[in-house]
Ligand binder design. Structure first.
Ligand code: WTA
Length: 630
């Protein structure tokens, strides 16, 4: 299949200004990688020792395939590193969090204020009977209290399970019962596009048949018509902390104690409760936040993810706070009240590092550059992307329109399971549009065949990780069999479930999930690859492709296409798109059918659900659609 890929294996790349590398925490990528290879444990020891441990670990790691333990016998608390450490030192009055509501209300917390609130909520939870090891479900909109609640749990050693605020009652119930949560923290409403959307009734429904739940803590935001608190079960968030002690000592946690559970929807079956631990996760997120994003003390860092997803856990909350950064959080949607709101925030707050998702980038691309062009974006110095492949066309747009041809783009590949960034282009390295990059120092990644043998550049294969890393998942909650499956699929490797291909420079392009692969006349075709090709046409905003069974070819490709404004569906345009795919990818990747659509089914985190498209196309049941965004 090598020659099929070669068509787009251009050497086109951009090289950032050398000052990026010179001034970075990491320095030279190659040297750092060699330091890691020479002695992996010494490498991680050096990083872990930058953080505070109540009792030092006695061993960096123990690897007992497929089980790893990290920082053995070390005692710590992640909140000590995210809060106390800064308050005790120079960052006491530094802004930790800038929150912006939809109506432009602002709330700003210094490190000292955030610290105080976390301790009060921690004491409130203790008063409700929450102790170390108990599970607490957090189901909240993107408000400061969401982050404060997470940190309050970590403070007292309770295991949080954050459920994205957009899930419905059934999905929420299965996550609450799955983790047997003792307390649920929620809010009465979330604000979206100028409307208040009630949340509390979803909780009320979700905790029926959830016998583990003893209390529901409700943050009341709606001041005109406050919701009623049912006292037999419910507690008002601020009443809970009104009379509590102001101080709460951090619980002494073993490095291997669980920090949180986060459910991730498998492509099949029930969602998996991914378990992360206190020590390894802390070191992994701290290390990557420092060295991938290169955060400095005067940066204003904005990751647009909801803390309810792993990106929010690692790169809104724990990593950046461990670095003592100033973070931005907003409840705003990117196109309300108009498609300029994000860019206005970049200008107003002087955002220096922006981390967002390809789906958002493509939406902005569709809406046109007049929106970002209205604002001064000159403070930006680093741009990031995560969640799905950043196709070359979207990369170019991000690079030219937002980055003004000089801001490096970090396309970070990782997963809920990995906890931290694994593959990206480290600052200063050449960036190849379409390619995430290389394994970061500390990670051994490869593109392999089903037996675990590396495949040559230009040949597609499975993305795999070879060695354990500190923030790797330790198990799937109550389902260790599913944990072992990650390590049993490809001999000797952690199988990530993605398809990838390397270029001659060793950079990795992620083609999509292996379950999204389409086999056409014996050739493997990545859906992402075809989608990328379609999106690289000037008329296309977004595309999704699926395989449809075909008696002759096994499968044929069907494409669903959303056009950019100013373009209208026509047969002529269909032919143009087919021609375009033929020219960019070759005839083998050409769709047999193209349908113009107004929207695509997506998960609430913005991933296209091809499974749903396919089921609809075939007149079949779409299966579990609990993650589908309406
Ligand atoms: C995909 C999100 C291409 C991939 C952090 C992975 C990506 C899954 C990228 C994990 C990227 C994430 N390029 N694909 N930069 N980042 N993915 O658990 O398929 O929500 O396996 O974690 O998203 O999704 P998850």
């Amino acid at each position: 299949m090598a020659e099929d890929f070669d068509v787009k294996f251009t050497d086109r790349h951009y090289t950032p200004d050398p000052s990026y590398r010179q001034n970075s925490w990491l320095g030279d990528y190659q040297k750092a990688y060699e330091e890691f290879t020479r002695d992996p444990d010494a490498f991680w020891d050096r990083i872990a020792s930058e953080l505070h441990w109540f009792t030092p670990y006695t061993q960096v790691k123990e690897w007992n395939f497929p089980y790893a333990r990290w920082f053995l016998n070390g005692k710590t608390n992640i909140t000590y590193n995210c809060l106390d450490r800064h308050v005790l030192n120079a960052r006491r009055n530094k802004v930790a969090l800038i929150w912006r509501g939809e109506d432009d209300t602002e709330r700003i917390y210094t490190y000292r204020q955030l610290f105080r609130e976390v301790m009060r909520v921690a004491n409130g939870l203790k008063n409700l009977g929450v102790t170390k090891g108990d599970r607490v479900c957090i189901y909240m909109p993107m408000v400061p209290e969401q982050i404060i609640s997470m940190l309050a749990c970590a403070r007292i050693g309770a295991v949080h399970s954050v459920v994205f605020g957009g899930f419905g009652a059934a999905a929420l119930n299965s996550r609450i019962t799955g983790a047997a949560a003792k307390v649920v923290i929620t809010a009465d409403v979330t604000f979206r596009r100028g409307k208040s959307i009630p949340l509390k009734h979803i909780i009320e429904e979700a905790i029926i048949n959830a016998p583990s739940v003893e209390h529901v803590v409700v943050l009341r935001r709606e001041t005109n018509q406050p919701v009623e608190i049912h006292r037999e079960m419910e507690v008002d968030f601020y009443e809970m902390i009104r009379d509590v002690q102001p101080e709460c000592e951090p619980e002494i946690m073993d490095a291997e104690d669980p920090l949180f559970i986060l459910y991730t929807s498998g492509s099949t079956g029930a969602p998996k409760g991914i378990v992360h631990t206190c020590g390894g996760y802390m070191v992994g997120t701290y290390y990557t936040t420092k060295n991938v994003f290169d955060i400095k003390d005067n940066d204003v860092y904005w990751c647009t993810a909801d803390p309810g997803w792993i990106t929010g856990h690692s790169y809104v909350v724990y990593g950046p706070l461990a670095m003592g950064a100033t973070i931005v959080l907003t409840e705003s949607t990117p196109d309300f009240p108009d498609p300029g709101v994000y860019w206005r925030m970049v200008e107003e707050f002087g955002v220096t590092i922006l981390y967002t998702a390809p789906t958002a980038i493509r939406m902005f691309m569709k809406l046109g550059e007049q929106w970002p062009n209205k604002y001064n974006l000159s403070t930006l110095r680093i741009l990031g992307s995560v969640g799905e492949p950043l196709n070359p066309e979207a990369f170019e747009w991000y690079y030219h329109v937002i980055g003004k041809d000089k801001v490096p783009i970090l396309d970070t590949w990782w997963q809920t399971e990995t906890g931290m960034h694994m593959i990206t282009t480290m600052l200063g390295e050449p960036m190849y549009p379409g390619f995430a990059g290389k394994a970061i120092p500390g990670v051994v990644a490869d593109v392999v065949d089903k037996d675990g043998n590396p495949v040559p550049p230009g040949t597609g294969g499975f993305l795999a990780i070879r060695e354990p890393w500190p923030s790797m998942l330790r198990t799937v909650y109550n389902d260790d069999e599913r944990y072992r499956k990650y390590w049993n699929t490809i001999p000797g490797c952690y199988a990530v479930g993605d398809l990838a291909v390397k270029n001659k420079a060793g950079c990795i392009m992620v083609l999509g999930r292996s379950d999204d692969l389409i086999v056409v006349a014996g050739h493997n075709i990545g859906t992402a690859e075809v989608e990328s090709a379609l999106v690289s046409h000037k008329a296309v905003a977004e595309a999704a492709v699926i395989g449809k069974p075909d008696v002759v070819k096994g499968n044929i490709i069907k494409a669903f296409v959303i056009l950019r404004v100013d373009h209208t569906p026509s047969d002529k345009l269909k032919n143009e798109l087919l021609y375009h795919v033929r020219i960019t990818l070759g005839p083998i990747a050409m769709p047999s059918e193209i349908e113009f659509v107004a929207s695509l089914p997506k998960t609430r985190s913005g991933k296209i659900m091809r499974r749903v498209l396919k089921a609809k196309e075939m007149g079949m049941d779409p299966g579990d659609i609990s993650t589908l965004d309406e």
